[in-house]
Design a protein around this ligand. Structure first.
Ligand code: IMP
Length: 179
């Protein structure tokens, strides 16, 4: 499929399934080399990361734990407005090497927030990995250890990424056709 319509928007093919798989495998191989001999705690950030994590971990040859966290928004006080919170971490990551797995880094605000929250659990080290990265959009000083593909500042869907909840099941990544 070269074009898809999701809700009211049209998208065109941007990154093929083959390219995605190559990039994911390459990243896993780098992790295998660089994290060899360590006990690694992988944390996928839901929802968008589920396909990326499922494919990545199949290539990992490390002593590791894999878990998923979610960012929940709730209404704070009138001064703080919407507050975000990381939910789902039941394991003790103190003193461990943690690798955060994200689907996409856009402004970088989410990853920056996640990193700050995780520091509170006192891991030995936090590494950041993302399949897609929009350098032109990134406003935070996040230092990414593993980047799959750098992309322009355009909206993309597929391979776990959604447009209003739809399109996550697509095997390839599509970019928006601006009208
Ligand atoms: P950030 O905080 O701006 O870096 O991005 C946070 C979240 O926005 C990501 O984890 C995605 O869930 C979502 N997001 C950012 N860009 C896109 C996109 O192009 N397509 C789908 N979701 C996106």
């Amino acid at each position: 499929m070269d074009k898809v319509k999701i809700l009211d928007k049209e998208f065109k093919l941007f990154i093929s399934e083959k390219r995605i798989q190559e990039v994911v495998e390459e990243m896993a191989h780098r992790m295998n080399k660089e994290l060899k001999g360590q006990k690694v705690f992988f944390i996928g950030i839901l929802n968008g990361c589920f396909m990326f994590v499922a494919d990545l971990v199949r290539h990992l040859d490390l002593d590791c734990t894999i878990t998923f966290l979610k960012l929940a928004s709730y209404q704070g006080t009138s001064s703080t407005g919407k507050v975000k919170r990381l939910i789902g971490l039941n394991e003790d990551i103190k003193g461990q090497t943690v690798v955060v797995l994200e689907d996409i880094v856009d402004t970088g605000i989410t990853l920056d927030f996640i990193q700050k929250q995780l520091r509170g659990y006192e891991p030995a080290e936090i590494k950041l990995a993302t399949l897609l990265y929009k350098p032109e959009a990134c406003r935070q000083d996040v230092s990414l250890d593993y980047v799959g593909i750098e992309i322009p500042d355009d909206f993309v869907v597929g391979y776990g990424l959604d447009y209003n909840g739809c399109g996550r099941n697509l095997r390839q990544i599509y970019t928006i056709i601006e009208d």
